[in-house]
Design a protein around this ligand. Structure first.
Ligand SMILES: Cc1cc2nc3c(=O)[nH]c(=O)nc-3n(C[C@H](O)[C@H](O)[C@H](O)COP(=O)(O)OP(=O)(O)OC[C@H]3O[C@@H](n4cnc5c(N)ncnc54)[C@H](O)[C@@H]3O)c2cc1C
Length: 439
């Protein structure tokens, strides 16, 4: 009998796992169940769809035939329950599927604050394509919007709304943008760009409630009693791994679904990967949740290996994200946290990693020109993290130097001698990596 694999979740973790399983098991019966009635698409790309930079079709980087070619069956539907003893799961419509091995790649959802009026029409979050379509529909009729939250998604929502002519107010609880990850100069750089884009920033504002008329948002109320009129309230205060299925099946969970470094959960036949998983890192003995596209793919790949045979245990990579924040191309790599506070996020945001908040016993070296900015976080013998804003020539080399923990002791002094010398020292490091033995 061919082995029956069921994957719940049609995102990067689920799809990469399916492809990996197929490579290892030509005869296996692979089925992906996904709650959305569309094929595989880029979630980070939703931000570009919102601003109108790309049409919806561009989100779909793989044709529908991808599933067929890999002989992966696709079911559109929502899994309601898992019965681990019987190796069965049930869909919302009553359909029952049986599995030998199950992967939960169900992702995370946006957190909504528990305040009056939060369910009114016009309160939006951005998790998926349907949300992006809804926001675009609302933006067509809206005059004014308020955005609350932090991280990359809050900015993406603000940029998306202002691009459609909606007067957009970005309300920050704290005094600067993404204070736990960016340093004050980096926050200021983003805020300046937002202001240039006509996004109105208000600091020290805390959302207390949403006021409605005829079931729709008409204003918000702040903690200090002010009322701000708006037709849309966009919320991006963080994400929460989807845990209901795992908890219903009696699996161990914390912030996410607990797995070991092979992505096995507390049930030997059930695995979890991607944004939903909280993975044990054997190197540190700690569990971590990430919300990164590339990390989800890598986790899906390793999980797929173990679902269909034996692989190499997961090694948590230095988290990497290249994105536009307020129009500034920004790359974040490894440990870059400033130890600052971020009053705008209650938990991890999209495109975000806990590793970015780890404050290390390390030096920061900053190199700047007016348009570009580079911050390196240095340990004694290696680069622990980097923020690259503007010119991206160094972002790939830095990713390599950080991921491979390249020894920097022989150039470390030069990294403190100003922008020109920093660039030369990094180039010298890369040259040495490319041709070891030469200095
Ligand atoms: C607006 C936005 C911007 C982002 N920007 C970045 C970025 O700049 N850089 C970056 O690295 N990452 C970014 N991300 C995060 C990245 O998209 C996620 O880390 C990644 O998609 C997680 O992959 P996943 O496979 O774990 O889950 P997801 O991609 O979330 O997919 C989960 C799937 O499971 C399905 N599902 C859930 N429950 C069920 C159920 N019970 N039954 C059936 N199906 C179910 C869902 O419908 C969904 O299709 C962004 C995400 C968003 C939404």
């Amino acid at each position: 009998m061919p082995r029956r694999y069921v994957i719940v979740g049609n995102g990067p973790a689920g799809v990469t796992a399916a492809e990996t399983i197929r490579r290892n098991d030509a005869a296996g019966d692979i089925r992906i169940v996904g709650g959305e009635d569309v094929g595989f698409y880029s979630r980070p790309g939703l931000a570009y769809m919102l601003t109108g930079a790309i049409p919806e079709e561009r989100l779909f980087s793989r044709p529908e035939s991808t599933y067929e070619r890999a002989s992966v069956q696709r079911t559109v539907g929502t899994v309601r329950t898992i019965e681990p003893r019987g190796h069965r799961l049930e869909l919302a419509g009553g359909e029952v599927l049986r599995y030998d091995r199950l992967l939960l790649a169900v992702g995370a959802r946006a957190v909504r604050p528990e305040i009056p009026g939060i369910d009114l029409e016009g309160v939006v979050t951005l998790d998926n394509l349907e949300d992006a379509r809804r926001i675009l529909r609302l933006a067509r009729r809206a005059k004014r919007a308020c955005v609350v939250g932090g991280g990359i998604t809050a900015i993406e929502l603000a940029e998306g709304l202002v691009a459609h002519g909606v007067e957009t107010h970005y309300l920050m609880r704290g005094d600067r943008y993404w204070g736990s990850v960016l340093d004050p100069h980096e926050s200021a750089l983003v805020e300046e760009r937002l202001a240039e884009d006509r996004i109105r920033i208000q600091r020290g504002v805390e959302l207390a409630g949403v006021i409605g008329r005829d079931g729709r948002v008409s204003a918000i109320k702040t903690r200090d009693g002010a009322v701000i009129r708006c037709d849309i309230l966009a919320v991006a205060i963080g994400t929460q791994p989807r845990l209901e299925l795992a908890q219903g099946a009696g699996l161990e969970t914390g912030r996410g679904i607990w797995t070991d470094a092979t992505f096995q959960t507390s049930d030997p036949d059930i695995f979890a990967a991607g944004d939903a998983a909280e993975v044990l890192d054997p190197a540190t003995g700690e569990r971590a949740v990430d919300s990164l596209w590339s990390v989800s793919m890598e986790q899906g790949r390793v999980a797929g290996e173990y679902l269909s045979g034996v692989g190499q245990p997961y090694r948590r990579p230095a988290p990497f994200n290249v994105t536009k924040i307020g129009g500034v191309t920004t790359t974040l790599i490894g440990a870059v946290g400033t130890g600052g506070r971020d009053g705008d996020l209650v938990t991890l945001a999209r495109g975000d990693s806990h590793a970015w908040r780890e404050q290390l016993d390390a030096f920061a070296v900053v190199s700047d020109t007016s348009a570009n900015h580079l911050r390196l976080v240095l340990g004694d013998d290696r680069i622990m993290g980097a923020v690259v804003m503007g010119d991206q020539a160094l972002s790939r080399p830095l990713q390599h130097l950080i991921r491979e923990r390249v020894d920097i002791r022989w150039v470390r002094d030069r990294l403190f001698r100003g922008p020109v010398e920093v660039h030369h020292a990094l180039r010298a490091l890369m040259d040495r990596v490319a041709s070891p033995g030469t200095v």
